[in-house]
Design a protein around this ligand. Structure first.
Ligand SMILES: *Cc1c(COP(=O)(O)O)cnc(C)c1O
Length: 374
């Protein structure tokens, strides 16, 4: 794959061996040995869903989760076998594809179940989402009888493959967060007990964080997303030792120049030099998914040293201060995310600078940045 790749302007290097290491370490850290459902939605969190899913399949993963029907079909068209669960909404106009491509749809609500069943195109594979406190999708577990009734009503109408809920604070180590998680798991387990006479298939309530921070017998499969990619659900989470980001984002120096004290850099002249400085231009900008909020806040790594962004990130370029780094020249490699020498910047670190989460950083790296697999 990409063996003829010529390092160019801005690109990702994705380490598939590290992906497998992360999986191995995660599995051994799971309190209960359970199966893994690999969450590869949003192009595998920006890492490239096809290559990642193929590698996972080779590793033995048989269960995949995506966000929508287009992602599901893409995986099938490229030879991904095993179960594919759509975690979100599929318009009923697309129901025929669920059957044609053998894809499992989440039941979002009773109303949705009715609509899906009403499309009358065959027996659709489904999993029931249960709302235990997220208030996003699912049958309301505060009304156990009602939720049970819906599941029983539709049990024969669909091919039921599972029941799941989603935790809102699985990554929190505060007392409040943990107790909310316990409440959610408690509600879920009460419902599961009421319908334990049914063949429910997959029963799941844990995401990446849940899998390692919470112990509960009420699951037989874990939905693993962010930690597989080596990032943290929450910045404060300690990941098991050896789990590392699988992605490095690289660019190059496209120009170096010296500026005098009093000169400004970039749009809006938001940065003014207070001394003579050496500035390097980097051909990566917000159209590549390098967040503009990192203007005068973020940093990159050049020759193993930090270089701070000066002025505003442009659409396709940005400028950094390399006054303190000797011999920076055209073509030098720049690390936007990753490690070089003693310096490291992860998507989690970058996210922290601008008040978001690593998930958004990696999902935001745009399609014009080629993905290269090593
Ligand atoms: C995205 C998602 C996950 C994966 O979450 P991570 O925190 O990335 O592990 C699991 N379950 C559902 C329902 C999701 O939407």
């Amino acid at each position: 794959m990409h063996t003829d790749f010529f390092p160019g302007r801005s690109w990702l290097e994705i380490n598939l061996e590290q992906l497998i290491k992360n999986l191995d370490i995660y599995r051994s850290a799971l309190p209960e040995k359970s199966e893994i459902m690999a969450v590869v939605k949003a192009d595998a969190y920006g890492h490239g869903d096809l290559v990642i899913s193929r590698k996972l399949m080779e590793y033995g993963i048989r269960n995949f989760a995506v966000s929508n029907i287009d992602e599901a079909i893409r995986l099938r068209d490229c030879g991904i076998t095993g179960d594919i669960l759509i975690l979100g909404y599929t318009p009923t106009s697309n129901v025929k594809h669920l059957i044609e491509y053998d894809i499992t749809q989440t039941i979002l609500s009773e109303e949705y179940a009715k609509e899906l069943y009403g499309s009358n195109l065959g027996r659709i594979k489904v999993q029931f989402a249960i709302d235990t406190g997220m208030n996003r999708i699912g049958l309301d577990a505060d009304d156990l009888e009602g939720a049970e009734a819906v599941i029983r009503e539709y049990y024969d109408k669909f091919d039921v493959k599972g029941v799941f809920t989603h935790l809102a604070t699985a990554d929190s180590d505060s007392d409040e967060g943990r107790s909310f998680t316990n409440e959610q798991i408690d509600k879920f387990s009460k419902l599961i007990k009421r319908i334990s006479d049914l063949q429910l298939g997959q029963i799941h309530c844990l995401n990446s964080a849940g899998g390692i921070f919470h112990k509960t017998p009420f699951h037989n499969i874990v939905r693993l997303g962010i930690i597989m990619y080596g990032l943290r659900p929450d910045y404060n989470n300690e990941l098991p030792i050896g789990i590392k980001p699988i992605l490095t984002w690289k660019s190059v120096v496209s120009m170096v120049k010296e500026i005098d004290s009093g000169e400004t850099v970039g749009y809006g002249r938001s940065y003014m030099a207070e001394k003579k400085m050496k500035i390097a231009t980097i051909p990566t900008g917000y159209a590549d998914g390098y967040n503009r909020l990192l203007s005068s806040k973020g940093y990159v790594i050049i020759n193993g040293k930090r270089a701070n962004i000066v002025g505003r990130v442009c659409m396709d370029q940005m400028m950094v201060d390399v006054t303190h780094i000797p011999d920076v020249k055209l073509g030098d490699e720049v690390i936007l995310l990753g490690q070089s020498g003693e310096e490291l910047i992860t998507a989690d670190d970058m996210a922290q600078l601008i008040g978001t989460i690593g998930y958004e950083i990696v999902c935001g790296i745009s399609k014009r940045v080629p993905r290269m697999y090593i």
